[in-house]
Design a binder for this molecule. Structure first.
Ligand SMILES: Cc1cc2nc3c(=O)[nH]c(=O)nc-3n(C[C@H](O)[C@H](O)[C@H](O)COP(=O)(O)OP(=O)(O)OC[C@H]3O[C@@H](n4cnc5c(N)ncnc54)[C@H](O)[C@@H]3O)c2cc1C
Length: 391
């Protein structure tokens, strides 16, 4: 059985590995001339790390990651702790896998290194996908046609495949821009920062956590703003982020001052679809369900898609691929759509103006934490159709 995977992001790489484990021969086609990931942190919740374990990569990724002991929610103005949720041993025991914080390049590299080089076609843009009863095919920019039993389009939030399969719909700007930076630990050593904190304020929030075993502080400021480009490399105006956090607790401002010129990523999403597949072709990852990152679940959902895809397609005969893809989508779509909506709700909740609603939110979160809860962001962690275990 042969598959073509379009896109070597986290989703496409994991799908390649998962299908290979299931006995498929896979050609991974990526438009960039070399494997690349941007310099930023990524949180790997237990549903993501469970998939890494299945792929045999958990130890390698964990060795380069940080394991936060807790997530501390803070108030924007004075830094008072609203509540904290456990993320260390308690979360690992409850959810069956650790919570890790990694450098994206380390994760990407671990996934990419596990794919045999002869299975990869770099510098190859897919410009079309076609199929008939017997096979599916992609056309490349160089005019080549590659044929297989299955095509998986993991081409990200700006997916062209999604348009080819289901008609015109575009990536939608979420109304929030993410200001990003990585700071060497020595530059913030005097600030006595918590392991992992999420500061909540009107119209914006601020997140920081350690990556590379504590060598780097990953900083993300999420700010409601009218328009921003979907680009991992676009620079904000100097001091733009600092101005956006005017009046916040001094440590937040100090981090932003020391970060200097930050990168600005306009967070885009995709509307939920009623289906991801047609015949022998399916979407996977952000192309299917790009979401706001406020519960750190986009890549996690892509990893779970990949695991379920491999599991569903193991041992399938060529003629049965379309039915197997129906089963894959049935196993994934409702959960991914729920996580998309939950992530959007988290953003609204985090950005409430000061007042009764924000106080009610804080009281709710504190009660949840006092009652041994893991927080609303943990709703997606136990949901792994390969392992239905719930805490
Ligand atoms: C600020 C921010 C923070 C985030 N933090 C987290 C987090 O902490 N945890 C988490 O789980 N998720 C997080 N996410 C979400 C996560 O980054 C994405 O969900 C994930 O990277 C999606 O992976 P993907 O493989 O589906 O798509 P992508 O990573 O976008 O990969 C798509 C690939 O397809 C290739 N491609 C596109 N078109 C073509 C073509 N025509 N031919 C060939 N190749 C093509 C691209 O070059 C690219 O390599 C965050 C997102 C943002 C914006």
């Amino acid at each position: 059985m042969r598959a073509i995977v379009m896109g070597a992001g986290i989703g496409g790489l994991a799908a390649t590995l998962s299908l290979r484990r299931a006995g498929w021969e896979v050609t991974l086609v990526e438009q960039t001339p070399r494997f690349t990931e941007i310099g930023a942190g990524i949180q790997l919740a237990p549903n993501a790390t469970r998939v890494l374990r299945r792929l045999g990569l958990l130890d390698e990724v964990a060795a380069q990651s940080t394991r936060p002991s807790r997530l501390s929610f803070r108030t924007w103005s004075d830094g008072a702790e609203i509540c904290h949720y456990p993320l260390g041993r308690e979360a690992e025991d409850a959810f069956g896998a650790p919570y890790l914080q990694a450098h994206r390049a380390d994760l990407h590299q671990a996934l990419a290194a596990a794919v045999p080089p002869e299975s990869v076609r770099l510098d190859t843009s897919v410009v079309g996908i076609g199929q008939d009863d017997k096979s599916a095919r992609v056309t490349t920019a160089a005019g080549e046609r590659l044929e297989a039993d299955l095509v998986v389009a993991a081409d990200g939030v700006r997916s062209a495949a999604r348009q080819w399969l289901f008609g015109a719909d575009k990536a939608l700007y979420s109304g929030t821009a993410a200001y990003r930076a990585l700071l060497p630990a020595a530059e913030v050593a005097d600030l006595d920062l918590p392991d992992f904190a999420l500061w909540l304020g009107p119209g914006r929030h601020f997140v920081h956590y350690w990556v590379r075993r504590g060598d780097l502080l990953n900083v993300v400021g999420a700010v409601g703003t009218e328009a921003a480009q979907e680009s991992w490399t676009a620079r904000a105006e100097p001091a733009e982020a600092l101005r956006a956090y005017d009046g916040w607790e001094p440590r937040v401002l100090t981090i932003l001052e020391r970060a200097g010129s930050m990168l600005r990523y306009g967070i885009h999403t995709r509307a939920p679809l009623a289906r991801w597949n047609t015949g022998r072709v399916t979407l996977l990852g952000d192309s299917a369900h790009a979401m706001v990152p406020f519960q750190a679940q986009g890549a996690a959902q892509a990893l779970v898609d990949a695991a379920v895809l491999g599991d569903t397609l193991a041992g399938v005969a060529p003629a049965d691929v379309p039915d197997a893809l129906d089963r894959y989508v049935r196993r994934r779509l409702a959960t991914a759509t729920r996580v998309q909506a939950g992530s959007a709700r988290a953003g609204e909740d985090y950005h409430l103006p000061d007042g009764p609603e924000a106080r009610a939110r804080d009281a709710r979160m504190a009660a949840d934490a006092a009652g041994d809860g893991f927080g609303a962001h943990a709703a997606a962690w136990p949901v792994d159709p390969l392992d239905e275990r719930t805490p």
